[in-house]
Design a protein around this ligand. Structure first.
Ligand SMILES: [Fe+2]
Length: 368
């Protein structure tokens, strides 16, 4: 099977690298649309001091909707933005990525979200600045958007949507509150494992995913309990970056196929539902990817994969990630809808063990 590895994003890493934002932005234009999380301090003074006009959207404090993208596009087009900057977690970076990516193209956001239109090409230059160690959205080409009217949560993607530059500065993660560290960190670990065992995995992604597993597994409990532990914060941020590089090419698996409909319908943070589902999907997959899971266990310091699954459960419990769907108020009657909504997912199709409707239902029941 032929596989392709592609990632054009320039990475600038290290403590203090965020200070380079004005000079990086000025490489691409003099008018920047800035999307940021509420927790992030406003970089407008530094950008304006460098002669860059700043357009600011309302801070994004939720997983983005098609409406958020329409609003950002209207502002960016009216004021002739030349570059888009996203400073925040996955939600913020995906918002900025989709605004940049759709800027020059006709049609509504909904048309791209439903698949009625395909993204025809690249958009405005996009600069990504992650402030949580989680999604890896700084190095992926997709934006996950929800449409509240249609009850759907889907990705829009294009090879031209990768960030031109990612500024990856661990200092920006020191103030992340523990609950967000736990959720986003669970997502990073989950993405590293799913990319590693994916049927889309290849040697280039295996190397990245394996190191991401090693780093995030070791650092997550420390980052949670000791928010100012600089080494743990850096390991988490670089681990989530490597997981992002891996999944951008290897894709993901059953956890992410189920996480989108469950998260959207029951308003569960993405990282929390990913952590919750991870041990259940690993148990389902175990015997179809035995060699890979044996290596996952080794990277985590366990004798075998069963012990690694138990270890993940204990670690999640230690960082207060719920372990059962009933704990996050999922309605069991909705299982048939969740099954139907998850089956078309690209993530599900990359799971190492095939997932038919009855298999998805069995995983939901085991996680209940
Ligand atoms: Fe994820």
């Amino acid at each position: 099977m032929t596989k392709r590895y592609f990632n054009p994003t320039e990475l600038i890493t290290g403590e203090g690298s965020f200070a380079q934002l004005p000079q990086v932005v000025s490489r691409f234009g003099r008018c920047a649309l800035v999307v940021r999380a509420p927790r992030v301090s406003d970089p407008t003074p530094q950008l304006e001091a460098a002669g860059i006009a700043v357009l600011a959207t309302d801070p994004i404090d939720h997983e983005p909707t098609t409406g958020d993208i329409e609003a950002g596009l209207a502002l960016a087009r009216a004021e002739h933005a030349e570059v888009v900057v996203g400073i925040g977690g996955g939600s913020v970076m995906d918002t900025a990525k989709a605004i940049a990516g759709l800027f020059p193209h006709p049609g509504t956001v909904e048309e791209y979200h439903t698949g009625a239109r395909k993204v025809p090409g690249a958009g405005l230059p996009f600069i990504a600045v992650p402030t949580t160690a989680g999604t890896g959205a700084e190095v992926t080409k997709n934006a996950v958007l929800s449409d509240p009217d249609r009850h759907t949560k889907e990705s829009i993607r294009h090879d031209g949507w990768f960030a031109r530059v990612a500024l990856v500065d661990p200092e920006l993660t020191y103030s992340v509150p523990p609950a967000v560290t736990a959720g986003s960190g669970s997502d990073a670990l989950c993405q590293a494992i799913e990319a590693y065992v994916s049927i889309g995995a290849m040697p280039a992604t295996d190397a990245l995913a394996a190191e991401a597993i090693r780093l995030t597994w070791r650092a997550l409990p420390t980052a949670y309990h000791e928010p100012h532990n600089r080494a743990a914060r850096a390991d988490m941020l670089y681990g989530s970056l490597l997981a992002g590089l891996a999944l951008a090419n290897a894709r993901l698996g059953g956890v992410h196929g189920l996480a989108h409909p469950l998260g959207h319908r029951f308003d569960i943070p993405h990282g929390v539902i990913c952590g919750l589902l991870l041990p259940h999907v690993m148990a389902y997959n175990l015997h179809d990817a035995e060699a890979k899971y044996a290596h996952v266990a080794q990277l985590m310091g366990f004798a075998d994969a069963e012990a690694a699954i138990d270890g993940i459960r204990q670690m999640l419990s230690d960082i207060n990630v719920p372990l059962r769907l009933r704990d996050v108020h999922v309605d069991r009657d909705a299982f048939p809808v969740i099954v139907a909504e998850s089956l078309p997912s690209g993530s599900l199709k990359h799971n190492p063990r095939p997932l038919a409707a009855e298999d998805v239902m069995a995983i939901l029941e085991s996680a209940w």
